[in-house]
Ligand binder design. Structure first.
Ligand SMILES: NC(=O)c1ccc[n+]([C@@H]2O[C@H](COP(=O)([O-])OP(=O)(O)OC[C@H]3O[C@@H](n4cnc5c(N)ncnc54)[C@H](O)[C@@H]3O)[C@@H](O)[C@H]2O)c1
Length: 364
């Protein structure tokens, strides 16, 4: 028997830059042209974003001398599925896109995940560039290479890690973002503050108190801080098997709440409720100061997100959904809890009784 080893580690470089600023489309065009990641580009967006920003983005890219086609999918989570994925790859084929083509994802997390996944499988993988337009996508989904689509059995069940060639985050896109979507992104920013950077919470509190949550300078600052935190976690754990999982703070209960509401509650609203639950569990079980848990709850309320379970979702339902996850994950529910602000840890040891009391306290 002969054994040959295929040495792959350190043979590929997945590194990339995240460019953050206000009105950076012209510079984006120049940077993409300079890097020559592809001979031609296909801008993939959704109908809302296409109408609001598609023409401007395409013009900036063409101005830089790039050949650009544009495809728009319907807006909303329903586009993150196999039928739209196949329609998208069919359109790419019809446009004669080949391995010299790169995709540019212009939109929120739905477009980013769908386009990233299409790029990861089209002709066995072509480059993708992320241009996030929601706050959630700017601080979270555009960085880290997680791509995928939902199936009827669940969210994100098919996917791939496919790091982008670059991320261009223009905070000016947020000017047109509806209030509810801004709140969803703020939930994730609060999460970064709690698990990594309490200073971010000061900034958020000040902006919420002064009606400044839409201030461009504030948004630029929190986006840059959140990207820095996410970038460091991704660098240390590209495949989400270790430290990166602290970004699931609030998501364990959050996902159960989102599913129990039949997805009527948004991801941000559900995570907000989940963060309150995680903070109260941390207080009960790990001595997190009560003042810190109350601070998290007050900030979530101040940015316009819910802090209690909505009427119609009872704590027992959340518990039974968590128990289902527990079975799937080999008998343990993993919570991200905190010892104090900025000190998160993974806990698989939350007693049933404490979970029940905490959820009971979260009734409206
Ligand atoms: N890949 C990851 O690491 C990761 C992380 C978190 C979430 N996600 C995924 O992200 C998705 C949610 O993303 P989302 O919250 O951005 O939702 P989304 O992409 O559906 O966007 C929300 C809505 O806002 C509109 N929109 C986007 N940008 C706009 C703008 N600038 N102005 C006006 N309207 C705008 C969109 O058309 C859409 O109707 C989920 O599918 C989730 O699974 C992925």
């Amino acid at each position: 028997m002969k054994t040959l080893k295929v040495h792959l580690y350190r043979k590929t470089n997945h590194s990339y830059e995240i460019h953050i600023g206000q009105e950076i489309l012209d510079r984006m065009g120049m940077i993409i042209a300079m890097h020559r990641w592809a001979k031609r580009y296909v801008l993939v967006t959704d109908e809302n974003v296409g109408v609001l920003h598609g023409g401007r983005v395409q013009a900036a890219l063409e101005q830089a001398g790039l050949a650009v086609d544009r495809i728009a999918v319907a807006s909303g989570e329903a586009s993150k599925g196999i039928p739209v994925l196949l329609a998208l790859t069919d359109r790419l084929t019809a446009l004669e896109a080949d391995r010299q083509t790169a995709l540019i994802a212009l939109g929120g997390g739905v477009v980013g995940d769908l386009t990233g996944f299409a790029a990861s499988i089209y002709m066995r993988g072509i480059p993708v560039i992320q241009v996030p337009t929601t706050l959630l996508a700017q601080v979270d989904s555009s960085i880290g290479g997680k791509t995928g689509v939902d199936t009827p059995a669940g969210k994100n069940l098919l996917g791939a890690f496919h790091q982008p060639k670059a991320v261009f985050t223009d905070v000016a896109f947020l000017r047109t973002l509806p209030e509810a979507m801004l709140c969803c992104g703020l939930a994730e920013v609060i999460k970064y503050g709690v698990v990594d950077s309490p200073d971010l919470l000061d900034d958020l509190e000040e902006a919420a108190a002064g009606n400044g949550l839409r201030e461009p300078l504030f948004l630029g600052r929190i986006v840059a801080t959140a990207c820095r935190i996410k970038k460091q976690l991704v660098e240390n754990d590209e495949r989400d098997l270790g430290v990166r999982r602290i970004l699931n703070f609030g998501h364990t209960v959050g996902h159960a709440v989102e599913a129990a509401s039949d997805y009527r509650l948004s991801h941000g609203e559900s995570v907000a409720i989940g963060m309150v639950a995680a903070a109260r569990l941390s207080e009960r079980l790990h001595g997190m100061p009560a003042a810190d848990a109350s601070r998290i709850e007050s900030l979530i309320r101040a940015v316009g997100l819910p802090v209690r379970l909505p009427a119609g979702i009872n704590p027992e339902e959340i518990r039974s959904r968590l128990n289902l996850d527990k079975k799937k994950e080999g008998g343990t529910i993993h919570f991200v809890l905190i010892k104090k602000m900025g000190m998160p840890f993974m806990s698989g040891d939350v007693p049933e009784g404490v979970l029940r009391e905490t959820l009971e306290d979260m009734k409206p």
